[in-house]
Design a protein around this ligand. Structure first.
Ligand code: FRU
Length: 333
């Protein structure tokens, strides 16, 4: 039995990675409990043209609400078209220059950059010569993280940014760019601040390949995810000097969506709180996060079981109807 959902919500993700997977799962779980939500998630795999198409398609099919993480600032056109059609739009995590959106939800990336520079300055022995590995220059979190970090670093005599490198947020590209940086004459550095943990890992692996003294160079990232290989375990194990929680909070994103759809009051700008992660607090945070992830996994598998049972039930029911139909026909004959 197909029922009509009360609301269809389109989600346009810009990229595919563990951070987005976690967020998508949180959105799914929040949608189950909101009930009657048909959640459609599309992923543009860092392709602006593809993301534009996917958003246009959501607008065409007339979703009730659109949630979008614009990979780059220039994804604004499609968002504006949807908004002008009267579809409420939640922009989250990344921004565009456009004012045409219903609400924004995400962390304060500039503050994260500032806090990182402040922390670094408090930890540096001697002079901190920092190599900054930025996310795409056309992605808003990269712009904001750099602005916060660089402006704060300028206030501290023991910090100097020796070079900026632009990367596309992936580990692979950070590895390649670090590899080519180290293959040519370059400024000396003893700190690497990468705009996410994946790029910090890529850069560190390239440094390792080039035989750099990894006890003398400290790596810092952002995201601080709890899974194996994520930022938190890496901080715990001393692989990263620090990271910063970049909150996913799919629950809050969905709550905002429901408030808008059900015409409850909501705020247009919604900042999610986040936190610096160092050896000092990583164990506590890791425990909390692992517990949350266990719950998420439990809920998802519970839901899958319910769906399988429902499907089995639907199949049985159709057989029953067919049988009834045949019997009726036979009796009528
Ligand atoms: C995930 C990601 C994160 C980063 C964020 C910035 O797709 O690349 O690693 O913090 O996007 O928007």
């Amino acid at each position: 039995g197909q029922r009509h959902p009360k609301y269809v919500i389109g989600v346009s993700q810009c990229s595919e990675d563990v951070w987005r997977d976690k967020l998508n799962n949180e959105l799914r779980i929040a949608a189950f409990s909101a009930n009657d939500i048909d959640l459609r998630i599309s992923s543009a795999d860092d392709d602006v043209a593809l993301q534009t198409q996917q958003i246009d398609k959501f607008a065409e099919m007339g979703v009730d609400l659109l949630i979008v993480a614009p990979g780059q600032m220039k994804v604004s056109g499609a968002i504006e078209r949807a908004y002008d059609k009267g579809i409420p739009v939640i922009v989250f995590d990344r921004r565009t220059h456009s004012n045409k959106y219903t609400a924004f939800i995400g962390a304060d990336n500039e503050e994260m950059g500032r806090n990182m520079a402040r922390y670094l300055s408090s930890q540096v022995k001697g002079n901190g010569r920092v190599l900054e590995i930025c996310g795409l220059y056309t992605s808003s979190p990269s712009i904001a993280r750099r602005r916060g970090f660089d402006m704060e670093a300028a206030q501290h005599n023991n910090l100097q940014i020796v070079e900026h490198i632009e990367c596309d947020w992936t580990e692979q590209q950070a590895y390649r760019k670090m590899d080519s940086l180290l293959s040519a004459p370059h400024a000396a550095f003893n700190y690497v601040f990468a705009h996410n943990d994946r790029m910090a890992v890529g850069a560190k692996n390239a440094a390792r390949k080039h035989g750099l003294d990894l006890n003398a160079i400290h790596f810092i990232g952002i995201d601080a995810m709890a899974h194996k290989g994520g930022g938190m375990p890496m901080v715990r194990d001393g692989e990263l000097m620090a990271s910063y929680i970049y909150p996913t909070r799919g629950d809050k994103v969905m709550k905002l969506a429901m408030d808008i759809l059900e015409k409850r009051p909501y705020k247009r700008e919604n900042l999610l709180s986040s936190a610096l992660v160092t050896v000092e607090n990583v164990n506590v945070l890791l425990n909390q996060e692992e517990e949350l992830e266990r719950q998420t996994d439990n809920l998802l598998s519970l839901r899958r079981r319910v769906e399988t049972t429902t499907n089995a039930f639907d199949t049985q029911r159709s057989y029953l109807f067919m049988l009834l139909f045949l019997v009726t026909m036979l009796l009528a004959a």
